[in-house]
Design a binder for this molecule. Structure first.
Ligand code: SF4
Length: 85
């Protein structure tokens, strides 16, 4: 994980068990996540961030999403989910 990503996680992630903290995130990032219906817990066990092509990091914890350029929960989901090949 790149240094900038780790800074992002430290600033906005990991609060209250969530990887993404909407309360402290920049408004544009929050709006984009709302647009793509990002959730910390996927309703579909077969489509979690941890198995998404855009996710890097620990699938059992918090990682980084390249679509949002910020933290994502390994168990999360959004409309841009794509199976990792
Ligand atoms: S694109 Fe969506 S599903 Fe994929 S890692 Fe990012 S937030 Fe998770």
């Amino acid at each position: 994980m790149a240094g900038a990503d780790l800074e992002w996680l430290a600033a906005y992630g990991g609060k209250g068990g969530a990887c993404f903290d909407a309360a402290s995130a920049p408004a544009d990032d929050k709006a984009m996540r709302e647009q793509f219906h990002y959730v910390e817990k996927s309703a579909d066990a077969s489509k979690k961030c941890g198995g998404c092509a855009f996710f890097t990091g620990d699938a059992a914890a918090c990682g980084t999403c390249s679509v949002f350029s910020g933290p994502a929960n390994g168990g999360g989901h959004c409309d841009s989910w794509a199976a990792r090949s």
